[in-house]
Design a protein around this ligand. Structure first.
Ligand code: 13P
Length: 251
């Protein structure tokens, strides 16, 4: 059975002391919340990863926000999957729309990054989602399908076990304009069907599919009640421990 997950993507926010403080607050809130229905992940910047790892317990996992497409060598400014693995980081996000649109991360690059991450024992939170113009012209299903086919479908069914998918419609990210639970569920069901067509229903049923895009403490319960929405990838609301813990406990 697939896991529920709530993951906080801190993006390029928080100084190192602020990040350590936030991680401590999230950890304390998770500890006092008792039994949770979901796994909890926080994704601070590369700089924070090892320090944040030291202040969280077993109930909070730490994720990178990106990793290099190459294994090692002359790639100034990059951080390899092997480096993350050596620092004890279990997850990395790959393919966030901000990476795709601002840093030129194409499907082909993302497929290489995913390969690096999996080869180094990391689990991947793989992000997909359409832009507003693509939704307005009714192309969102084709866009999402293409991102899956070109970014992930090189993987074996066994490798798919280490993939979490995050559906993040670009028009909902940081805009306060969340997808309705119906809109999100429709695409999540389509993603699962696309996975089932390629890998079989049993494998597709085991994949955790997160929703991201203006998910917050007020709309999380409604979104998470949908049958194919298995949690959230949270941006802005993950930067405040009180808000984030309300989302973690929204199932
Ligand atoms: P917001 O929750 O700030 O809309 O960001 C979503 C996101 O991009 C998470 O990766």
């Amino acid at each position: 059975m697939r896991k529920y997950i709530v993951a906080g993507n801190w993006k390029m926010n928080k100084s190192l002391p602020e990040g350590i403080q936030l991680a401590k607050e999230v950890n304390a809130a998770v500890e006092t919340a008792g039994a949770l229905k979901c796994d909890v992940i926080i994704a601070p910047s590369f700089l924070h990863l090892t320090e944040v790892s030291k202040v969280v317990g077993k109930k909070v996992s730490v994720s990178a926000q990106n990793c290099a497409a190459e294994a090692s060598g002359a790639f100034t400014g990059e951080v390899s999957a092997a480096m993350l693995q050596s620092a004890g980081i279990p997850y990395t996000i790959i393919g966030h729309s901000e990476r795709r649109s601002y840093y030129g991360d194409t499907d082909a690059i993302l497929a290489k990054k995913t390969g690096q991450a999996l080869a180094n024992g990391l689990k991947v939170i793989f992000c997909i989602g359409e832009e507003l113009s693509q939704r307005d012209s009714g192309k969102h299903f084709d866009v999402v399908k293409g991102q899956l086919e070109n970014g992930l479908f090189q993987l074996s069914v066994n490798e798919l076990k280490n993939i979490v998918i995050a559906y993040e419609p670009v028009w909902a990210i940081g805009t306060g304009r969340t997808a309705s639970s119906g809109q999100a569920q429709e695409v999540h069901a389509f993603i699962r069907k696309t996975l089932a067509d390629k890998y079989g229903q049993a494998a597709a049923d085991d994949v955790t599919i997160l929703y991201g895009g203006s998910c917050n403490e007020n709309n999380a319960t409604e979104l998470f009640s949908q049958p194919d929405i298995d949690g959230g990838l949270i941006g802005g609301a993950s930067l405040v421990a009180d808000k984030f813990i309300k989302i973690v406990t929204a199932f």
